[in-house]
Design a protein around this ligand. Structure first.
Ligand SMILES: *Cc1c(COP(=O)(O)O)cnc(C)c1O
Length: 393
């Protein structure tokens, strides 16, 4: 037999746009024994998982489950189940993931109207008025936490105008869920999807998803079959609902992982979990400000879990990121698309949102910035972060 490299992944501190650090308890859960996908024990865990997801999404939606696949599978599932060929859909695009949803909607045969805002900014209800009146959409899709720009989109007001126009609201909560409050029932969201590897402290592999009764009504009364057999929610409902009919084999061990991750969030308490994300964000932001590094997303609409900052003038973007990784084991994200070479994306997601990561990152960054001859007061970022923690804010 030829020799292959031993599987020995390096220890990393994942502070990019995802995947984020997996919690050790989740890693242990993944290693527990595999059972059958119709084993009574597995069904019991599925029930618990659905109930914990409902609590996290703050919904009573019966159809709340984990789709097999990453966040993009959730995106695809929500779009292809609600859209039939020729249906009108508005997609809000202010970054990479809105753009991806637009592509998915077009592939599903929707007549798509694109509403745009500049990268780093968010949508107001007024931005949608004209398009809602002319496109008469069946569905409006929007990204709550645009991971490519760090912009934090308010949903409640948008939801009102979308429903006044008689449309369904589809929300991308891939990076939002677990990091900031998501109120599926309170905000009248009809379809929503997330991903395990952003703020849920899990590896990638599942997409928590929820459909309102109104959305399920639309799905159950389609004229045409859903284009995707794998993601057909009417069939998935037979497995996740009372009937427990085999559809595809559930990813058993990933289910253990997500179950444990949801236990961790509920043990901490949702409000405490969101407060922790905010506390670490403020410390990081204070630290970066102290050495002259500014956020690129609109002030007042910055995500706590994804900190997009402008690479300082004269500093080599790629050299810093590469040294962070090779010398400190820290991964941060590069700018995508229009932000290429101009922006760093620093994630503080789930288990990764902790003071140890903030302080490690700031001190490592200072060392590298000094080597790049960037001028700042040495030690100022760590001092400012500590001051922020000291305020207990
Ligand atoms: C990461 C991400 C996705 C895609 O999820 P994958 O797990 O990479 O498939 C979609 N939307 C947003 C906002 C994301 O951050």
């Amino acid at each position: 037999m030829p020799t292959f490299p031993t599987l020995n992944p390096p220890v990393r501190v994942l502070m990019g746009p995802g995947p984020s650090d997996t919690h050790p308890r989740v890693l242990q859960a993944l290693a527990k024994g595999t059972v059958g996908h119709l084993d009574p024990y597995y069904l019991e865990i599925m029930n618990g998982l659905q109930e914990m997801l409902r609590m996290l999404f703050r919904t009573k939606n019966q159809m709340t489950m984990a789709i097999s696949g990453t966040g993009s599978a959730g995106m695809e599932a929500t779009v292809v189940n609600l859209i039939e060929p020729g249906d009108s859909m508005i997609v809000c695009v202010n970054g990479v993931f809105g753009g991806r949803m637009l592509d998915v909607a077009q592939r599903a045969g929707a007549t798509v109207t694109k509403v745009e805002r500049p990268w780093g900014e968010v949508f107001t209800p007024a931005d949608l008025k004209a398009a809602l009146a002319s496109a008469k959409p069946k569905v409006v899709g929007i990204v709550m936490a645009e991971t490519s720009t760090g912009a934090y989109q308010p949903i409640e007001e948008i939801s009102k105008v979308v429903h006044e126009a008689g449309a369904l609201l589809l929300v991308d909560a891939v990076t939002a869920l677990g990091g900031v409050p998501v109120e599926v029932d309170g905000w009248n969201i009809d379809a929503i999807y997330s991903g395990t590897q952003k703020c849920l402290s899990c590896p990638p592999g599942l997409s928590p998803t929820s459909f309102s009764p109104r959305a399920m009504d639309v799905i159950m009364n389609r004229k045409t079959k859903v284009q995707s057999w794998y993601l057909d929610v009417s069939m998935l409902a037979n497995y996740w609902g009372q009937n427990r009919v085999y559809h595809h084999t559930g990813p058993i061990n990933m289910t253990w992982g997500l179950y444990e991750a949801l236990c961790l969030i509920h043990e901490e308490g949702l409000e405490n979990c969101f407060a922790r994300h905010l506390r670490n964000h403020r410390a990081l932001k204070g630290g970066l400000a102290a050495i002259g590094i500014k956020y690129s997303a609109q002030e007042g609409h910055q995500l706590p879990m994804l900190n997009a900052v402008t690479v300082p003038e004269g500093v080599d973007d790629a050299a810093v990121r590469s040294a962070l990784l090779t010398r400190f084991g820290i991964e941060i994200g590069a700018g995508l698309g229009a932000y290429n070479g101009k922006v760093w994306r620093i994630g503080l997601m789930g288990f990764g949102s902790r003071p140890a990561n903030v302080l490690l990152f700031l001190s490592a960054l200072e060392q590298l910035l000094a080597e790049q001859k960037y001028r700042f007061t040495s030690g100022a970022s760590v001092a400012a972060a500590n001051e922020s923690y000291g305020k207990g804010a």
